[in-house]
Ligand binder design. Sequence first.
Ligand code: UDP
Length: 339
Amino acid sequence: MEQENYHRGDKMAILVTGGAGYIGSHTLMALLDRNEEVIVIDDLSKGHEYAVKGGKFYCGDLRDEDFLDTVFQQNEIEDVIHFAAYSLVGESMKDPIAYYNNNVKGTITLLHCMKKYGVKNIVFSSTAAVYGEPEHIPILEEDNTNPTNPYGESKLAIERLLKWSNNAGDINYIALRYFNAAGAHESGSIGEDHDPETHLIPIILETALGIREKIIIFGDDYDTPDGTCIRDYIHVMDIAQAHILALDKLRRQGRSGIYNLGNGAGFSVREVIEKAKEVTGRNIPVEIGDRRPGDPAILVASSEKAKEELNWNPKYGDLGKIIEDAWKWHRTKISSDIN
Ligand code: UDP
């Protein structure tokens, strides 16, 4: 359908793809707090309908252009925040085709529809995995990108597509490269809920709850002070805030860019486990296992650019607070049997 012939409704809305997923659902909460009109798309292959706390929900696949046409025709979409993607590194190593197919193809269809319906602004959920093995710490946005897995490659391919689409005058974009997203909404009503769970903090907390017998530390012979890997943990609500600031910037200036999102402080696996023992007051049995293939020793972001250009000011940088909020969520989940 040509854009000129297309009749739009009255309300300007933000389309959130992957809004039932971990970071998408938390960003949705932040948008709803701002009284934004939100349209959510999710195919529920990984996300959860209970996590969509408002907005107008459409269940479907981004690669289905007829489905997207319906969404764009039924709503006056002004901007897009794009989370929908597969995001497990290990899974991507086993099935790279599925990762390229879902992540890249889904984005191509989305961008095609944005162009068709004259929607310019897109905030894209990217990842620190685009860097691969870091050249130096902290990692800067202009550092080399050399992903070590198909997940990171698929996100980098999308970043490049966004760059060229911007160059062609089709869209304006901001790509946010997150480091280790963690924590949960302070209400305890939503949080990290992956199946299977592979991330450190949820696994530690499931061990504290007795759902798992122990946490296996993937290697204690790295070149770090205690031998375990160091990561930059960033509260999911701080990430959510960054999306809103990015959108505001696109709306104001239409200037595209790429930003890291991290705390700039690294914690080792052992330090995270110690902090979780303190927060939960529970015993957390640990076993040392082999290194996980592809894990760099240290990943810590420089987020100075996001602070300066997006006015991003992370509020929940303290690791204790991140674990406290995650703990609240895990206890809610186990007591209410949310699924
Ligand atoms: N990790 C671990 N045991 C686990 C899960 C993770 O030792 O059961 C380590 C992992 O090797 C990495 C860190 O915890 O050094 C964070 O891993 P996660 O999968 O949470 O995030 P990633 O850094 O891979 O994005």
